[in-house]
Design a binder for this molecule. Sequence first.
Ligand SMILES: C[S@@+](CC[C@H](N)C(=O)[O-])C[C@H]1O[C@@H](n2cnc3c(N)ncnc32)[C@H](O)[C@@H]1O
Length: 203
Amino acid sequence: MSDALRDVSRETADQLKIYAELLRKWNPRINLVSRTTLDDLKRRHFEDSLQLVKLAPASGHWVDLGSGGGFPGLVIAIAAPEYQITLVESDQRKCLFLREVARTLSLNVDVLNERIEAAQPLQADILSARALASLPDLLAFAERHAYSKATLLFPKGRTADQELTVARESWTFDVDRIPSQTDPASSILKITGARRVGHQPET
Ligand SMILES: C[S@@+](CC[C@H](N)C(=O)[O-])C[C@H]1O[C@@H](n2cnc3c(N)ncnc32)[C@H](O)[C@@H]1O
């Protein structure tokens, strides 16, 4: 078990257990996570999501795009209630599930059933997205929904280098690449100062 899950409070561990039960109950109907990862929820989804918390500023509005079954955004809402959290998900049935978990666990999260491109700008201090889109597309989403000084957290697999190369053709940004604690082939891109090439930074 990685530090991320070992360090959580008793209350968080209990809430994650209830979340896992709801996922198993709903998954056959909605396909929230692939069946192959259902037996390894802790590592593939909970720890993988939790590791983002220590890479983020200590508070602020955290927007998770394309949350699906709630990764990473709902896990963060459970483990780190100090954030104001918004989950954006276009699939109505997945939103029903996200709201059901939030209601059951009394979580303070907004679930937005909209397409990212159509939603009103969300003014995120922290923006995350896992398994949603390539880095250039994610940066365009962040341009709409995050403050220019926001921290962007994008878990990425083997294509990270290639996506960084393509993204640098149109964007400038600072990036830290943090090895994933759950998958040796993956890393988390922590991006700050993102702006389109040729755009002046805001003062
Ligand atoms: C591959 S899943 C990943 C889900 C979750 N982030 C995870 O890592 O398990 C991508 C999710 O993004 C949602 N999605 C894709 N494009 C979207 C868009 N333009 N606006 C809102 N949600 C979108 C899909 O409905 C799906 O639930």
